[in-house]
Design a binder for this molecule. Sequence first.
Ligand SMILES: [Fe+2]
Length: 388
Amino acid sequence: MKTLTKNHIAKDQFLKVRHKTEAICKSLKPEDTSIQPIEFVSPPKWHLAHTTWFFEQFVLTKYDVFYTVFHKDYAYYFNSYYENVGERVIRTNRGLMTRPTLNEILEYRDYVNKQLSEFISKGITSDIAEVIKIGLQHEQQHQELLYYDIKYIFGHQPSFPTLDTSIHLSSETNKQEFLAVPEGVYQIGHSTDEFCWDNELGCHKVYLQDFEISSRLVNNAEYIEFIDAGGYQDFNLWHAEGWDFIQSNQIEAPMYWHKVDERWMYYTLRGFKAVDNNLPVCHISFYEAFAFAQWKGMRLPTEFEWEVASEKVNYGQLWEWTNSAYLPYPNYKKVEGALGEYNGKFMVNQMVLRGRSIATTDNTKRPTYRNFFHADMRWHFSGIRLVK
Ligand SMILES: [Fe+2]
C-alpha cells in the first residue's frame, strides 16, 4: 500500500518551477516563439507546450481519474521522443506549427498548472510525487535548453535581438594552477538520497593515474591565441571527424563569433559585443576542445578524473567537455516503461560533459551529473578545462 502524502512535493514548489519557464520567455514576441532555425533548436513555444504535456501524460492522465485532457491532439504535437506513448510530430517539423498559437499554449499551461495543483493538494502517493519531481527536473532541463535555443534564434538574425535575462559569465582571471590528484582507486557515481538521474547510479570504483587539472577554464584570450596560431588550419590537431566538421561547415571560431575590422566580436544574450578576453571560451564543440588541448600539449579530463577532481576546482560557469564517451555505468538499470527512455537510449555516439552552466536552473551543483551531447554540438554553454 502506497502512503498518501502532502509533503513529498509542495504545490508552491511545482508552481515556482513552472513560472520560471514563463519568466525566461517573458521578453519574447509571439513571432520569436514559433521558429525552428535548425533541427536541433526547438521553438520556444514547443518547449512551453512539451513540458506541460509531460505532466499531463505522465501524471494527470495516468493517476488522476477525474482529469480531462486539454486537447486530444496535443500528445501527438508535443511528445518529443517517447516511443512508448505513441506517434508524434517529427523533430524537424516542430517549427512548422504556427498553430496552436502562443496564447493557446499559455492557456494549456494554466490549465495543467491548475489541475496538477489541485491534484497535489488532495494528497498523492510517494510514487506519484517522484514522477512529479522528475517532471520538474525535466522542465528545468528545458529551461536551460530555452536559453540555448533563444540564443541561437536571436544570434542568427541580423538585428541581434536581446533577451531580458540576468544570466552572464564571469571572468576567469585567477592565476592558472594545475592541481595534483594522486593515483588511486576512487568511487564514481551518485550515492546520496538527493535527486539524481538514472545515468548517475551504479556506484563503482575506477583506478586513476596521477594527473593535474587546471584550476580554471580556458579563457577567450587563450582561445584567440589558438586561432591566431592557425589552430583551425592545422589538421594534425584534429580528429578526422572534427577536421571534416570544421571544413564542411567553414568553422574558424566558436559559434556566435564574427571578425569585424580585424577584431573578434560575438553575440551574447545581451547584444553584439567585443569578445571579452577574460571570460571563459564558450560555444565550442568537443572537436574544438580536443584540438585546443592538443595544441597546448595537454588533454581533456576523463569524466572520472573530472568527478574526482571536482571538489578542488570552482566549476559551474560552463558545461565542461570530457574525453569520455557517454556509456552506461556497470549495474546501470533502465527504468521500466516510457521514463526509461529518458537517458538510456542515448548512450551511444555522444560525449559526456560535467559540471553545470550559468543557464542551469535547478540550483544543484552535483559532481556526479552527466550531461551529454554529440561531438559537433556547440550551441550549448560548453567550455574547456585542461588536464596534464
Ligand atoms: Fe523533454
